[in-house]
Design a binder for this molecule. Structure first.
Ligand SMILES: [Cu+2]
Length: 504
């Protein structure tokens, strides 16, 4: 079936609310893409809410944080679109009445996969743009509501019976003068008409059903599923190695039509690492690690790393990977860790781990936590957190004497944070730049020959950063959350752990 036809069918299907397509991002249950940073000379805060259909309308909100913005435009760019003329013309985003320097609108995402939205801002200080990566894929097929299917069956029976009875009347009674009663022949003709109509209608219904199932199967075949993974621990003397195997290939569509088969794709480095893995002990969330496994072969289907001295128990495994198309996703798994043995050095200088009190304990509800060596991390808890509302999580790191500490970049960033809801339905890896995959942003910039190089500059010229960080986020669901905030001070990665409740 051609993609154009499939799109029409998909649109029709959505219009009748029989079937819903969904989207996913590089996180668990946190689908919005949030970016905070520069767009040329202007600072912007961008939130893209992907549509729950592909093709579909994504919502975008752009808050310009500096200057006097005159015009904001947005342009969705598919990863494999030609640099010249491959993207639709930019759309002007109207300002939101009553909200200062805020612009909101919609944009069409026509093809599933990795995209970037080019956000351009013209203001009194000049104009510039930024590429904000967004992933859009169909991930699920909703069942038809029972009431709807019941109603449709009743309508179908009424229509079928009506058509058969009309055909019987037309072929039988209608052929004799109105004052006469239909004779046996007329009645037989009527019945033959009815049977013929029933057979034709049954055949048409059968054909339509087959066609419908074919569309359904094609849709299901194109649903995006996060590849399955399995994790296990191998003990070799004192060293305990964690292995994560990606059991299904990471795939991408190079072409925007459905005729082309997906191609397996390579993993691209993010913050200089191919994989960023978080381990969280269930159910107390009291042990946490941020590791960077390396591939065990050129195929990059299995990764391994040395385990730190984490306490034994059941852990959830979250592995963030970005493929060469810029598509970022979180692979999830579970593993049971044995009692730690000996003291083995960590495999990667950027690996870190932290053991804290359990979820819900009073010290994790405090505003300020100790980071060791007299350092403290304070979270400004003055704002109420509400699901679906943009917020900025503000932290500061202080020296023992109360002065603001100096941070070293940790993998190119002032801070890395992991946020998880108690039940694991929401898991996200965020930075002061938001939820976007930095690797994806860099891939889009490279592909379009417009590398801005902010991340590389941080890697190659480590600079001191003031110990004050703002992490933009929008909690997707209400509930109890734990946040791990990681910074590097005096050569050591330190983790602050905070619990919070998000209101509905
Ligand atoms: Cu990070």
């Amino acid at each position: 079936m051609t993609s154009a036809l499939r799109r029409v069918v998909c649109a029709a299907v959505i219009a009748t609310s029989v079937l819903l397509c969904g989207t996913a991002l590089a996180h668990v249950g946190s689908p919005n893409a949030i970016y905070e940073g520069r767009a040329g000379p202007n600072r912007v805060h961008v939130v893209v809410r992907p549509a729950d259909v592909v093709p579909g309308l994504a919502e975008i909100t752009v808050r310009v944080l500096s200057g006097d913005p005159r015009r904001v435009t947005v342009q969705p760019i598919w990863w494999n679109a030609p640099t010249q003329g491959g993207a639709p013309p930019p759309d002007v985003v109207p300002p939101v009445p009553g909200a200062e320097r805020t612009f909101a609108g919609h944009l069409w995402i026509m093809v599933a996969g990795s995209h970037a939205v080019r956000v351009s801002v013209e203001s009194d200080t000049g104009s510039g743009d930024v590429l904000v990566p967004v992933t859009a894929v169909a991930t699920r097929r909703n069942a038809m509501p029972a009431l709807m299917s019941g109603l449709l069956v009743v309508f179908a029976i009424v229509l079928f019976a009506g058509a058969v009875s009309i055909a019987r009347a037309a072929a039988g009674e209608a052929t004799v003068p109105s004052e006469d009663l239909p004779d046996l022949r007329a009645r037989r003709r009527g019945w033959m008409g009815a049977v013929l109509t029933a057979v034709v209608m049954a055949a048409v219904a059968f054909g339509l059903g087959k066609w419908w199932r074919a569309i359904d199967q094609a849709y299901v075949a194109h649903l995006h599923r996060v590849p399955r993974t399995s994790a296990r621990v191998r003990t070799n003397g004192d060293a305990q190695r964690l292995e994560l195997t990606i059991d299904e290939p990471l795939v991408s569509y190079d072409s925007s039509d459905d005729e082309h088969e997906p191609r397996s794709v390579d993993i691209a480095p993010d913050h200089g690492k191919l994989m960023h893995m978080f381990l969280v002990r269930e159910p107390s969330l009291d042990a946490f690690a941020h590791l960077h496994p390396v591939p065990m072969g050129s195929a990059k289907t299995a990764f391994e790393t040395t385990l730190p001295r984490l306490p034994a128990g059941t852990y959830r495994v979250y592995a963030d990977v970005t493929d060469e198309t810029g598509f970022a996703q979180t692979l999830t798994s579970a593993v049971t860790l044995p009692e730690p043995r000996g003291n083995v050095p960590l495999a990667d200088a950027d690996d870190s781990w932290h053991v804290s009190s359990a979820l819900g304990s009073p010290d994790a509800a405090a505003a300020s936590v100790s980071l060791g060596d007299g350092l403290t991390m304070r979270w400004d808890r003055s704002r109420r957190l509400v699901a679906g509302e943009a917020t900025s999580l503000q932290f500061r790191v202080d020296e023992a004497n109360g002065t603001i500490a100096e941070l070293e970049p940790y993998m190119g960033m002032a801070a890395h944070a992991a946020i998880r809801r108690d039940d694991g339905k929401v898991v996200v890896h965020v930075h002061p730049t938001g939820t976007i995959s930095m690797a994806s942003q860099r891939l889009f910039e490279e592909r379009r020959g417009e590398q801005r190089g902010s991340e590389h500059a941080m890697h190659h010229h480590p600079m001191a950063l003031e110990g004050r960080m703002t992490i933009p986020y929008e909690f997707p669901q209400p509930g109890r959350y734990r946040i791990w905030v990681q910074v590097k001070v005096a050569g050591v990665v330190r983790t602050g752990v905070f619990d919070t409740t998000v209101d509905g």
